[in-house]
Design a protein around this ligand. Structure first.
Ligand code: NDP
Length: 445
């Protein structure tokens, strides 16, 4: 980092105390930017980076609702609208008990760079709540979502801010949120939320897009080294939306996915995950991963320990931030891992990332590798705007093309800024230049 970037980073620390994940996300970007700062002195003169680190708007609100026992519960809702220089704010909502402002700011910051990388006209934002949907009835989830939207609706819109899902928010929650938005505004404004159900404005392939996109990106990286997913042993962490469809695409490309997890432990299935069973357990029953092992001959469940102790050629962390630390990285490298593709947002700690890069492991950062989800959300918005519906085949082809484009942009930018093969530098420099040029062009706003 240059002294100017270091100074600016210290300002970010001071202005955002206690928001460790946000600091981490900002530092990772700053560490890539020294050569860009030298090439474009005008960006520093107009304080582009300072502006990109300060969200355009941050909304925090009370979410009161009544549970099934008739008790009042109070949660906290967030929407951080980071940057709209490239398009309306776009980014998911996370419902998880660990959510606080720092989580949403880190996710919104990452999202802004990710969305720029897609090359599509979408700005960056993120939102959510410390509400925990786990163990709640459908009625409780609906009541919560309705209360959440009763405040959020005034801040969003097709041309303003377009939320989607993330951890704890899938098609069920998007349905309740969309229903309440429609009721309050008296508008069938399909483009206000993405990740909708297929019968009411959703897009084919959106559900699969983040996981499929991560594997498409990984495949591009492997091809650049004359390799592929075919015949590889793969470990996927998590067993939610991203993990399931990353596993599905990896298996379609000839890999064997031998493990997945949830916050209660992990499952090992050396024959390769039975994805129909996994979907039945996680998507239909909303059950725990341990019940997959109970019903699958040859599979075992491990309640303690790290999924990253399992030997694999390719690791796909698809659960949550900082789930893969330096110890896990050392073990993976020792066991011969060849590629790490982040399906989740910032799942590897900075120390783990350094270990992979030093060991010449192919490393795909989340903001590039998991951009297929938001890119397909933008395709959903296109279909909504044109009152059209595309086929599965066409939409998946568009997704694959977008992921190829992101890979090419990252690789070219890494070369240009003197770090060939480093997709972190490639992703950060490429997206920053695009955001900075637009921010510069729009004046001091
Ligand atoms: P889901 O809620 O569908 O699944 C999350 C999975 O991760 C679950 O298996 C969950 O286990 C596990 N998990 C969550 N928190 C923890 C934790 N603290 N410790 C261990 N395991 C945990 O979420 P998604 O699949 O949608 O999201 C996964 C990741 O991908 C997140 O980082 C998200 O930000 C990112 N992402 C998602 C996109 C999308 O389109 N959905 C787009 C781009 C990125 P359990 O059920 O036990 O909590």
């Amino acid at each position: 980092m240059t002294p100017q970037l270091q100074e600016l980073y210290e300002v970010v620390l001071r202005r955002n105390p206690g928001e460790q994940e946000f600091h981490q996300a900002v530092l990772e970007v700053f560490e890539s930017l020294a050569p860009v700062a030298r090439k474009y002195p005008e960006f520093a003169q107009t304080k582009i980076l300072e502006r990109l680190c300060e969200p355009e708007r941050q909304i925090i609100f009370r979410v009161p609702w009544v549970n099934d026992r008739g008790e009042v519960e109070i949660n906290r809702g967030f929407r951080v609208e980071f940057s709209s220089v490239l398009g309306p704010y776009k980014g998911g909502l996370r419902f998880h008990p660990t959510v606080y402002l720092g989580t949403i700011k880190f996710l919104g910051f990452e999202q802004t760079f990710k969305n720029a990388l897609t090359g599509m006209p979408i700005g960056g934002g993120k939102g959510g709540s410390d509400f925990d949907p786990k163990g709640r009835s459908d009625r409780e989830v609906m009541t919560f979502c309705q209360s959440f939207m009763t405040e959020l609706y005034r801040h969003i819109g097709e041309y303003t801010d377009v939320p989607a899902g993330d951890i704890g928010v899938g098609a069920r929650e998007i349905g309740f949120l969309f229903g309440q938005y429609k009721r309050i505004t008296n508008r069938y404004e399909s483009g206000v939320l993405t990740g909708k159900g297929l019968g009411w404005g959703g897009s084919l392939v959106r559900k699969e897009a983040t996981g499929y996109g991560a594997v498409f990106f990984g495949d591009e990286m492997l091809h650049a080294r004359g390799d592929s997913f075919d015949g590889k042993r793969v470990v996927v962490s998590g067993s939610g939306n991203v993990a399931i469809y990353a596993a599905e695409k990896a298996q379609q490309l000839g890999a064997t996915v031998v493990a997945c997890s949830d916050s209660g432990g992990y499952v090992v299935d050396d024959a390769g995950l039975d994805l129909d069973l996994l979907k039945a357990v996680k998507e239909v029953e909303r059950g725990r991963i341990s019940s997959y092992a109970d019903r699958r001959a040859g599979a075992s469940f491990v309640a303690d320990g790290s999924i990253w102790n399992i030997e694999c050629d390719i690791a796909l962390p698809c659960a949550t931030e900082n789930e893969l630390d330096d110890q896990a990285a050392i073990t993976l490298v020792k066991n011969g891992v060849q590629a790490v593709v982040e399906g989740a947002n910032m799942p590897s700690t900075p120390a783990a990332t350094r270990i992979f890069l030093d060991a010449d492991v192919l490393f795909a950062p989340g903001k590039a590798a998991n951009a297929g989800g938001v890119a397909t959300s933008a395709l959903e918005m296109q279909q909504n705007a044109s009152r059209d519906r595309w086929t599965h085949e066409y939409t998946e082809e568009r997704l694959a093309g977008i992921m190829r484009g992101i890979h090419e942009r990252c690789a070219a930018s890494a070369d240009e800024y003197g770090a060939p093969g480093n997709y972190i530098v490639g992703a950060n420099t490429s997206s920053f230049v695009q955001l900075a040029e637009a921010t510069f062009a729009l004046g001091v706003i």
